[in-house]
Design a protein around this ligand. Structure first.
Ligand code: NAD
Length: 471
């Protein structure tokens, strides 16, 4: 049994929660018990934040190269236990091996990028308005960063915040999602412990959102609350943090569009569209959850998409012939089916394939005749559902894309320059032409500036004249 099982990691120790309570961690495909996690509350959060506050100044005072070395050591320890992380990610999130391995690789990349950036000088010398004055700008850590993460990519989404935060001299308290507390929390605590991070620099408090997440978001000694999750909880977390005027960084959900223009290669578009709607059961923030297709190619595109949906094998991700695993929970399955698929069909959408489930295993689903007022169009689905809306013009497609908030939109066309012109009129921060999925660069996912603040220091060389009344 892992040393972290059922325990928080606070001030360099694996400890039971103040209440003594624990929750069960289940393998999503089988419901088998694979571990337990401490059910933390305000008392545990207070201890973790106090440890982080105490440890942070000495951590920030290390040379950047020393911090970078420890961040690289975390990467080495994860790499050494990559098979264990991969298997736990598969069991905990219900993703297949390629998803889990990709996540481990992405986590390593964020650690290594953060470590190399930490050692770079990032200050500045600026012209001063006074003669003989040196105006220096230093980048300094914020202090304690509270990180709250979701269940879909628990390892890499924790890493996206903790790696740059640690590299820049902050201490971290992580609250992982209760559905994935092992790979997204306990194992991370183990590797940070093995890597030799000083006690208190990195802490993990597991537990439910309202009990453990909320006190972390509300704690006055947390300088930045870094939250990744749903829009609904993000709004709540931002509201709590704003009461004490603390910084928040919110990475939320999106209702992403996949546009197929009239000159697109329909088979290529359907391959990309199927992948971007169905991969990991459609449970990513960058999943395409609206297919907006030109009428001239709509029939052929729907046929090609449906063929692909029907050949997908859904089952236990530990089996090598399986393409899609289970949805994360019954709550999520019911939301997909009862709040999105059913009401859209009741409102006039046509079910071409799928729309059924066995336990948490939801069949890849294609809906057509979807109109912009249906939940399949307006909501982030978080299930393997591809809703298709037909348009007559490029302008109409663009207006529909920009109607919903999205993280990353995509356009398929036979003319990449036409795609570029379309992409430049799309509102989202990330747009793909003839591709979909994650943003086109990893480096942009590690933003050191987010975890530092600016400090100006002015050094006056000459004596200056002040008003007579001050003499
Ligand atoms: P969620 O908002 O339900 O939970 C996220 C985290 O917040 C969990 O750790 C949870 O325990 C915690 N939480 C819940 N209630 C809380 C409260 N009252 N106070 C403080 N913390 C609380 O999200 P989820 O279901 O775990 O994840 C799915 C969502 O995350 C989707 O909307 C998806 O789009 C989004 N997401 C966004 C990104 C991104 O990079 N933008 C990446 C992955 C997932």
């Amino acid at each position: 049994m892992r040393i972290s099982n059922g325990r928080h990691y606070i001030d360099g120790d694996f400890v039971v929660s103040a209440s003594g309570a624990t929750g069960v961690v289940e393998e999503k495909a089988t419901n088998a018990e694979i571990g337990s996690y401490a059910l933390g509350d305000e008392k545990d959060v207070r201890l973790a934040v106090a440890a982080a506050v105490a440890a942070q100044p000495a951590w920030a005072a290390l040379l950047p190269a020393e911090r970078a070395g420890l961040v690289r050591e975390i990467a080495r320890r994860i790499e050494a236990r990559a098979d264990e992380f991969t298997e736990l990610l598969m069991r905990e999130t219900g993703g297949v091996a390629t998803k889990a391995r990709g996540e481990v690789g992405a986590a390593l990349s964020r650690l290594n990028i953060s470590a190399s950036l930490a050692a770079m000088a990032r200050g500045d010398v600026q012209p001063s308005p006074k003669p003989g004055k040196l105006a220096l700008l230093e980048r300094i850590p914020l202090g304690v960063v509270g990180v709250i993460t979701p269940w879909n990519f628990p390892l890499v989404l924790a890493m996206r915040a903790m790696a740059p935060a640690l590299a820049t001299g902050n201490a971290v308290v992580l609250k992982p999602a209760e559905l994935t507390p092992i790979a997204g929390g306990q194992l991370l605590a183990e590797v940070c412990h093995e890597a030799g991070l000083p006690p208190g620099v990195f802490n993990v408090v597991t537990g439910l959102g309202p009990d453990a997440g909320e006190p972390l978001a509300a704690h006055p000694d947390v300088a930045l609350v870094h939250f990744t999750g749903s829009n609904e909880i993000g709004v709540r977390v931002a509201g709590i943090a704003s009461r004490t005027l603390r910084r928040t960084s919110l990475e939320l959900g999106g209702d992403n569009a996949f546009v197929v223009l009239d000159d697109a290669d329909v088979e290529a578009a359907a391959t990309c569209g199927a992948w971007s709607s169905f991969d990991f059961q459609g449970q990513t923030c960058i999943t395409s959850s609206r297919h907006i297709v030109h009428r001239d190619v709509a029939e052929a595109y729907v046929a090609a998409l449906t063929r692909r949906a029907r050949q997908i094998v859904v089952g236990d991700p530990m089996r090598t012939d399986v393409h899609l695993g289970p949805l994360i929970s019954a709550v999520q399955r019911d939301r997909v089916h009862e709040k999105i698929v059913r009401p859209s069909i009741d409102a006039g959408a046509h079910l071409v394939t799928g729309g059924t489930y066995d336990g948490l295993f939801y069949q890849p689903t294609v809906l057509t005749e979807v109109t912009p007022d249906m939940p399949a169009f307006t909501e982030e689905i978080f299930g393997p559902v591809a809703p298709v809306t037909v348009v007559d013009t490029e302008e109409e497609a663009l207006a529909l894309v920009n109607r919903c908030q999205a993280l990353v939109n995509a356009v398929y066309t036979g003319d990449p320059m036409r795609g570029l012109a379309f992409a430049q009129r799309v509102f989202s921060k990330n747009v793909h032409v003839n591709d979909a999925g994650p943003r086109p660069t990893d480096a942009d996912d590690v933003d050191l500036d987010e975890f530092t603040t600016r400090r100006w220091i002015g050094i006056q060389r000459n004596a200056l004249s002040y008003p007579d009344w001050a003499k």
